[in-house]
Design a protein around this ligand. Structure first.
Ligand SMILES: [Zn+2]
Length: 453
């Protein structure tokens, strides 16, 4: 059986989905027969870079393109389909990346055979060695008119800037779930598959904009009796809710964090676990700043995270992005304990100025209502309530500190005679020690005036 991802791989521009602007440029180039020496296709894994490079090459070599698509009827197209066209060479830079390899390409490209163009496509081009990229740079500068280089990469930043500048860079983007849905539905009809629309919606969302991974998921489930949400959940266990439970309980309930982690740890590698957590927190930060194009269920998770962690989320995201250097040494469980304590002491919110995020202002408004409970009273409370009150007290303390800072007059420092006014306590009423302790930058901080006996 031919795999869906191969069977339904686009072979003409019309079949390419979700990359309209890039396709438009390539079709126009075919139409005018106007090509540059080097193209760079960039974008995530499985997004269709190589496929688009092949269609473009096929169309360039085609004897009589139809509406700028390869005709798939001429001799040239037939050879191309059989991967026997002498005018097209496709290589993987992972195994063909040295300086000598690039020189070999140059020598090969210098000669024409049957076609009037010669195309060299280098996949995973970020793997080309530095010396190889240097050699390519010269080759592109002195490129004969018939020769076209195409580079495909998931990581264009790893390519030399000088080389990138000489390419026409075409960035491919993740495909909208609704477009993937239409494609999946089309394939289900073609294959006579028994399917539910809900399941296709779920696959479209889970594939995160990658058409190939959506097709692979569909193919796997197609072996079962029906493409249904139930079967989908059977094969692709959904960790969304578990990851949400873990993140939501950080700083609140460590037992719940660790228990939930234990329940899913055998299904996920460390990298998968962190990628899922990173993805959730990333979306929570987007939601915090007002972006809300998510499914209803997922949006509810994000709304709760905003309510629970609020302005700590951007710092938390920053921690997760930089975590790699620590995690190898300490392991996931210890990291979760550290994360829990960081939320407990509110350390993620420290870096955020109070005015920068709306939610912080809301906390400030809430602050004056906080009950000032003693530790004995606090210890009698249930753990969630205790965490909430402690957090509110910290917020209140911060709000007060900020208020004090804001009270500093604009014409600071004050003239000498005004520095020791009624509100700040009189210099005469303070002991020398108190005076020196409270004098900050030439201004006495607010202290209780000493009452004469
Ligand atoms: Zn043709």
């Amino acid at each position: 059986m031919i795999r869906f991802s191969r069977k339904y791989r686009p072979v003409i521009f019309d079949d390419v989905i979700g990359q309209d602007s890039v396709v438009k440029i390539l079709r126009a180039s075919v139409d005018k027969k106007h090509y540059v020496s080097a193209y760079l296709f960039s974008g995530l894994q499985g997004i269709g870079k190589t496929t688009l490079g092949r269609i473009f090459s096929n169309a360039i070599l085609c004897d009589s393109p139809i509406d700028n698509n390869p005709c798939h009827k001429c001799e040239s197209c037939k050879l191309f389909a059989k991967e026997q066209h002498f005018g097209y060479r496709e290589l993987d830079a992972a195994s063909f990346s040295g300086k000598e390899d690039m020189k070999q390409l140059r020598d090969e490209g210098a000669f024409l055979s049957v076609s009037d163009k010669k195309i060299i496509l280098l996949d995973e081009s970020h793997d080309i060695s530095t010396a190889g990229q240097d050699a390519l740079l010269k080759q592109i500068e002195q490129c004969p008119e018939h020769l076209i280089y195409m580079f495909c990469t998931t990581n264009p930043d790893k390519m030399a800037p000088t080389l990138r500048e000489r390419c026409m860079e075409l960035q491919l983007f993740s495909v909208e779930p609704s477009i993937i849905f239409d494609r999946l539905k089309y394939i289900c009809e073609q294959e006579n598959l028994n399917y539910q629309d809900d399941a296709l919606v779920l696959i479209s969302e889970k594939s995160k904009g990658h058409v190939r991974s959506a097709l692979n998921m569909l193919e796997k489930i197609s072996y079962l009796d029906e493409i249904s949400v139930k079967n989908l959940n059977l094969i692709y266990k959904d960790f969304e809710e578990d990851i949400f439970e873990i993140v939501a309980n950080l700083g609140i309930d460590l037992s719940k964090v660790l228990d939930t982690y234990h329940s899913i740890s055998s299904y996920l590698s460390a990298t998968q676990f962190y990628n899922l957590m990173l993805s959730l927190v990333n979306d929570a930060v987007k939601y915090l700043y007002g972006y809300d194009k998510f499914s209803e269920k997922y949006r509810e998770f994000l709304r709760k995270l905003k309510e629970i962690h609020g302005s700590s989320l951007p710092e938390f995201l920053d921690y997760l992005i930089k975590r790699d250097k620590y995690i190898e040494k300490i392991g996931i469980q210890s990291d979760l304990v550290i994360l829990h304590s960081k939320f407990e002491i509110n350390s993620f919110a420290k870096q955020i100025p109070l005015n920068d995020i709306k939610i912080q202002n809301q906390s400030k408004k809430r602050a004056p209502n906080v009950k000032n409970l003693s530790f004995t009273e606090l210890s009698k409370l249930d753990v969630n309530e205790r965490s909430r009150i402690l957090r509110e007290q910290r917020m209140k303390h911060k709000a007060e500190q900020k208020e004090e800072k804001e009270n500093v007059p604009l014409n600071w420092p004050l003239p000498k005679e005004k520095r020791l006014g009624e509100n700040t306590g009189s210099r005469e009423n303070l002991s020398a020690e108190e005076f020196s302790q409270n004098l900050v930058g030439g201004r006495v901080a607010r202290v209780k005036p000493v009452v004469n006996p």
